[in-house]
Design a protein around this ligand. Structure first.
Ligand SMILES: Nc1nc2c(ncn2[C@@H]2O[C@H](COP(=O)(O)OP(=O)(O)OP(=O)(O)O)[C@@H](O)[C@H]2O)c(=O)[nH]1
Ligand SMILES: [Mg+2]
Length: 401
């Protein structure tokens, strides 16, 4: 590693020098405000010391424009440098009323901000160059598959594992796969990963089934769909309990379905009402319990709803998630519920998206068992059991042969 120290007036000056002397792969290790010159401790000038380093095998590359072949990276570097120059802590930019302490805090915050940006950029560049190395070894069909799965929002780590598995197969068979083979092997590998989680459904042993999930994901509608299936198709005696008393209309919504399906409904306001509700429904073979949608990224709400799910009956809790939700939010909600032992998930609103990677990510990362997929507002038709093969077909669709 080659390390170099720069003493400058402001950070952007150093960035420019580092860039031209050490090249674009250099990293800033440390920055510090120092005082130089002066006479007997007086009239010393404030300067900035910047320590930068570069891996020795990359040392001293001239800052030739060809070094970064990717125009995106080049543009990002330019942007950072511009930002750095704009926010340089020069005296001219300081408002006249600012006290020296405030000034110092202010400028060190800005410097930190610039350093963070440079660090982020560096990480991004490393990631990009890794991707470039991987794509260099990939055939045009693998590149297409990669692009498709990125569009489907499958997590990078899973895409990389999938592509690697296909490349390993290629090496094993000693010839490069054609388009069809690539997609077939992708489907096969995905199936192998997902199969252990497939075919779960809702346990036939469970007499009580709770539905939990964020606001508006379709819990109540899903309960109506499933209850219709159980009463009409299987002739089961179903009962409803709702604890969703936050919104007045919520009880009415379930009551409407209860009336249509001729299913008794009990309303509970707290955990204490549960024994009474179960007593009222003791004749029922299957009880679906609706809960209020809350912001379940908050663990407090998760523990709150969990207190309503206690029962001595054989029971199961289904986490309902809408495909219109953001992947990261869904993961946060899933993470919280998994801590409370929830294992089953039901995905809704598949009709409102063409991006299906989140389902795969959630199943694989949280070992959730998918039960049903709902794809429309119509009760009772728009729901079907989760099938691994049809899900994979959906995930690989548009570009599949
Ligand atoms: N497009 C589409 N809409 C759905 C689906 N499932 C439910 N909806 C709609 O989503 C909206 C909310 O559905 P609800 O069943 O009230 O959702 P919820 O989770 O009970 O909502 P809260 O009780 O308020 O948390 C309604 O307009 C439903 O018709 C689905 O699979 N696809
Ligand atoms: Mg509801």
């Amino acid at each position: 590693m080659r390390v170099k120290r720069y003493v400058v007036n402001a950070l952007p000056e150093a960035v420019t020098m580092i860039r031209s002397e050490l090249g674009k792969d250099a990293v800033i290790l440390n920055t510090k405000e120092i005082k130089v010159g002066g006479f007997m401790g007086m009239f010393r000038k404030k300067k900035m010391e910047v320590i930068a380093a570069i891996e020795s095998n990359q040392a001293n590359p001239p800052a030739s424009p060809q070094r970064l072949s990717n125009p995106q990276v080049e543009a990002a570097v330019e942007q950072i440098l511009k930002t750095a120059q704009r926010s340089a802590p020069t005296a001219v930019m300081e408002p006249p009323t600012t006290s020296p302490v405030e000034k110092q805090n202010h400028s060190s915050e800005r410097e930190q901000h610039i350093i963070d940006e440079i660090r982020d950029l560096r990480e991004y560049m490393v990631k990009l160059s890794k991707q470039n190395t991987q794509t260099a070894a990939m055939s045009e069909h693998l590149i297409k598959l990669n692009e498709h799965l990125i569009e489907q929002e499958m997590e990078t780590q899973w895409i990389e594992r999938l592509l690697q598995a296909i490349m390993d197969k290629q090496t094993e068979e000693g010839s490069e796969f054609g388009r069809e083979q690539v997609w077939e092997h992708a489907a096969k590998q995905l199936e192998e990963w997902l199969q252990p989680y497939g075919g779960s459904g809702i346990s036939s042993q469970a007499r009580v089934v709770h539905f939990v999930g964020p606001t508006g994901v379709g819990k109540t509608t899903t309960i109506a769909k499933l209850a219709a299936e159980q009463t009409i198709k299987h002739g089961k005696k179903v009962g409803f309990i709702t604890s969703d008393t936050y919104r007045i209309a919520a009880v009415d919504q379930l009551r409407t379905y209860a009336n249509i399906l001729n299913v008794p409904l009990e309303v509970v306001f707290s955990q204490m009402d549960l024994p009474r509700a179960f007593k009222q429904l003791e004749e029922r073979e299957l009880i679906y319990m609706d809960t209020a949608g809350r912001n379940f990224r908050s663990e407090l709400h998760v523990s709150e709803v969990n207190s309503l799910l206690q029962t001595t009956e054989p029971s199961e809790t289904i986490l309902v998630l809408s495909m219109t939700g953001k992947t990261r939010d869904m993961a946060a909600v899933a993470d919280h519920f998994c801590k409370y032992g929830v294992q089953k998930v039901l995905f809704t609103k598949l009709d409102e998206t063409s991006v299906y990677g989140a389902i795969f990510n959630l199943i694989m990362n949280f070992e959730l068992l998918p039960t049903y997929m709902a794809s429309g507002q119509t009760v009772p038709d728009d729901i079907e059991k989760f099938q691994v093969d049809s899900y994979i077909r959906q995930l690989l669709r548009s570009n599949a042969p």
